[in-house]
Design a protein around this ligand. Structure first.
Ligand SMILES: *[C@@H]1O[C@H](CO)[C@@H](O)[C@H](O)[C@H]1NC(C)=O
Ligand SMILES: *[C@@H]1O[C@H](CO)[C@@H](O)[C@H](O)[C@H]1NC(C)=O
Ligand SMILES: *[C@@H]1O[C@H](CO)[C@@H](O)[C@H](O)[C@H]1NC(C)=O
Length: 237
């Protein structure tokens, strides 16, 4: 079971209790392919991104975190896919660093690795890239005329475009602005898979707290499930 942890308490609790909560069999059933919109992320984190496409945040089992602390990330094991990693799964805060991939491997990859198809760093990262390219979220949104724009979208228009195309429910997260500004910025889109990599409805009830990576990882990000009734800003560069 997912710990009923809330924002700041979450990482600390998970770190302390991971060993006995999550072992011996990490019984995840679902994989979550998480995309983020660099402009929204960077507006929130004060980074500069000139990337005008959805990039990977991660490939996450729905249960389990940091399942094998002795399984160290080693970037030389994925050397051949680094060019694609830099493009499709960039570290938006520190573009030349491998710290993001290391974090994702240790936190999520080591749990995903119970599956034979994901039981090495090369398999895990390659599979994530493969799914990412196959989903081709940018093209799907464009097909439905949903493009970065100063105009606001209705949330159902975005949700139904994705749902109609893939035939499953995504989970869509936004950054909610301060009171008085009713729009929310489109931030993160999750597409879910069974462990055989066929598509599956995402569970919208799950509170989508995307914890941040790297320094200050104990702070939770501000991505939350979008408000169904509020207009959505899909920020252009
Ligand atoms: C982002 O870009 C602006 C304008 O080019 C620059 O002034 C600022 O220092 C940059 N910030 C970071 C964190 O790189
Ligand atoms: C954890 O990772 C190490 C290093 O790859 C491996 O030897 C070990 O079998 C793994 N342990 C489990 C429980 O998967
Ligand atoms: C990383 O992997 C390479 C290739 O297998 C190996 O030669 C190297 O020793 C590894 N580095 C570490 C720190 O484990």
């Amino acid at each position: 079971m997912r710990l009923p942890c809330v924002l700041l308490l979450c990482l600390g609790a998970a770190t302390v209790s991971a060993a006995f909560v999550l072992s011996p069999s990490h019984s995840w059933t679902k994989l979550i392919l998480t995309h983020h919109w660099p402009k929204t992320f960077c507006d929130m984190e004060r980074c500069n991104s000139t990337i005008n496409s959805w990039t990977l945040h991660g490939l996450w089992p729905d249960k389990g975190q940091s399942c094998n602390s002795s399984w160290q990330f080693n970037s030389s094991l994925i050397e051949d896919i680094i060019p694609d990693m830099k493009k499709s799964w960039p570290n938006l805060l520190h573009p030349s660093s491998t710290a993001f991939w290391k974090y994702e491997w240790q936190k999520h990859g080591t749990c995903a690795a119970i599956l034979e198809e994901l039981n090495s760093q090369h398999k895990y990262f390659s599979k994530a890239l493969e799914l990412y390219h196959k989903m081709d979220l940018d093209s799907v949104l464009r097909k439905f005329n949903i493009t970065p724009s100063p105009e606001l979208y209705s949330f159902p228009a975005i949700e139904s475009a994705i749902e109609d195309f893939y035939g499953v429910k995504p989970k869509i997260q936004c950054v909610h602005h301060d009171k008085g500004d009713e729009a929310q910025s489109l931030g993160q889109i999750e597409i879910c898979f069974h462990s055989d990599f066929t598509l599956l409805d995402c569970d919208k009830e799950t509170v989508g707290v995307g914890l941040r990576f790297g320094k200050g990882a104990a702070r939770a990000s501000e991505f939350r499930v979008c408000d169904h009734d509020a207009p959505v800003f899909y920020p252009p560069l």
